[in-house]
Design a binder for this molecule. Structure first.
Ligand code: EPU
Length: 439
């Protein structure tokens, strides 16, 4: 599968051209969740045989995870929203730098590999555009479970005959750490408890899947998870939950454009914090038979947000709300408390005419409807790219967004979905025009 598909390893130079001013209207189907799909595909390693995933989003990151499993010896088969992973012949236990550097979530194979095969060698991911993002809590947890951890030439090696249950207390909730250790604990001897665990819906989804595979996980969705290890797990077939961040992004798009959009195949209960804030800006959100309906009601009110671990306001929606805040009348305050460098979109928004002052982790956005102007901007990370698309939807004239490969890592055909809702957006291949603004 992977050989014939463009992955985000071969950075594509596509650009997005957006002519602002259109109101979004109609229905959009939300894809499967990226941040659920990644640990789930990694969890395929825990069982011998073929696991089938349904509702798989068509994303660069999911392809990278599939590619990684292929490198480990898995047989991968891709269909329409389906991914089959056959782990019968896993014979390599190393996640190489060339893959990990393109996607940090590659580190999620560490727990499954060491739990099932007794060894793993995974490149350390290093920092990324949004922060340092260490994995010390993943490693300490595995160590507490009896793994021997060593670091050598940028790689972490973990070895264990059989992991044993342990009491793990996180100093702060970590999504990936909770997932890695849950997967490791599922095959460990005895009981593992995780205190101050992450509570994201993707954690609950992983627990559901592990239990379906024969594991014994309790408490996922709370801060205290308990896992009684079992000898072996079996392959399953499972449909992945909808993407709450894609959902939130389309909700903001509807509100910002004064639109009327029905989001199909999404879950209101995973988006409570986002819905509350969106309603505060004046948008109307209602549950309908197909999912959620969001209506923009004209003038947007300011919004104050502090990102928090779930069930708080998600850091993955911070950039999109900043785009919205540029269109409210007055000052909005956004505090990023999860990642230390997640304001890269600010300077690009400023190039479009936004007035934003950043002081450490706090951004003050002086909103005024109709102030954004199209120009050429650069996507710097996944959610920053989404923020620029949203800004472009309401900007005057044409916006050209470069480095769209960031967007493709986590949004399934965003431009196709937006165009169906009435946005004037197109993807153009190849290098940018010599003159920057297309207008
Ligand atoms: N942290 C540590 N040590 C660790 C692990 C985390 O200090 O061992 C810190 C991080 O540096 C960060 C905080 O803890 O400051 C939370 O990080 P977490 O481990 O929860 O994040 P993650 O697992 O690396 C996932 C999502 C991110 C999302 C964050 C927070 C996946 C694949 N990624 O990352 O998604 O922002 O949780 O909700 O699930 C995105 O989709 O755009 C994205 C970045």
């Amino acid at each position: 599968m992977v050989a014939n598909t463009r992955t985000n390893l071969e950075l594509n130079m596509d650009r997005m051209i957006i002519r602002g001013g259109n109101r979004l209207e109609g229905a959009v189907t939300i894809s499967g969740a990226k941040n659920a799909a990644l640990p789930l595909v990694a969890a395929s390693l825990l069982a011998q045989g073929e696991t089938t995933w349904h509702n798989v989003p068509g994303l660069g990151d999911v392809r990278t995870m599939a590619k990684l499993l292929e490198v480990l010896g898995a047989k991968i088969e891709e269909g329409d929203r389906v991914l089959k992973v056959d782990t019968s012949n896993i014979d390599t236990f190393e996640a190489p730098y060339r893959l990990v550097k393109t996607m940090r979530a590659s580190v999620l194979v560490l727990g499954p590999l060491v739990a099932r095969y007794g060894r793993a060698r995974v490149s350390l991911p290093g920092g990324c555009a949004i922060g340092a993002r260490p994995i010390d809590m993943h490693l300490r947890g595995l160590e507490a479970m009896g793994a021997e951890i060593s670091l050598d030439k940028g790689y972490v090696t973990a070895r264990a005959n059989r992991l044993r249950g342990a009491k793990i207390v996180f100093r702060q909730p970590t999504v990936g750490g909770t997932e890695n250790l849950m997967m490791a604990a599922a095959l460990a001897e005895g009981r593992t408890t995780i205190e101050n665990a992450a509570r994201e819906p993707e954690i609950e989804e992983l627990a559901r899947v592990l239990n379906k595979m024969g594991a014994n996980v309790e408490g996922a969705g709370t801060a205290y998870i308990s896992i009684e290890g079992v000898q072996e797990l079996h392959p399953i077939e499972h449909a992945i939950i909808p993407d709450r961040i894609e959902t939130g992004t389309f909700m903001v798009a509807a509100a910002m454009t004064g639109g009327d959009v029905v989001l199909e195949n999404c879950l209101l209960e995973h988006n409570s914090a986002v819905v509350t804030k969106l309603e505060g800006t004046g948008a109307k959100v209602e549950a309908v038979e197909q999912g959620l309906r969001v209506q923009g009601t004209g003038q947007l009110h300011t919004v104050d947000i502090t990102t928090q671990p779930y069930p708080g306001f998600p850091t993955d929606m911070q950039a999109q709300f900043m785009a919205l805040a540029t269109q409210a009348v007055g000052d909005s305050v956004i505090t990023e408390s999860i990642f230390e460098n997640r304001f890269m979109h600010v300077s690009e928004l400023a190039r479009m005419g936004a007035q934003i002052v950043v002081n450490g982790r706090v951004a003050v956005i002086r909103g005024r409807p109709g102030t954004l102007q199209g120009t050429t901007v650069m996507a710097t990370d996944l959610r920053a790219s989404a923020c620029l698309v949203l800004a472009a939807l309401v900007a005057e004239n044409t916006t050209e967004i470069l480095r769209v490969y960031h967007l493709d890592r986590g949004y399934d055909q965003l431009e196709v979905k937006m165009r169906r809702l009435g946005a004037d957006i197109e993807r153009v291949s190849g290098p940018p025009f010599p003159t920057t603004n297309a207008e």
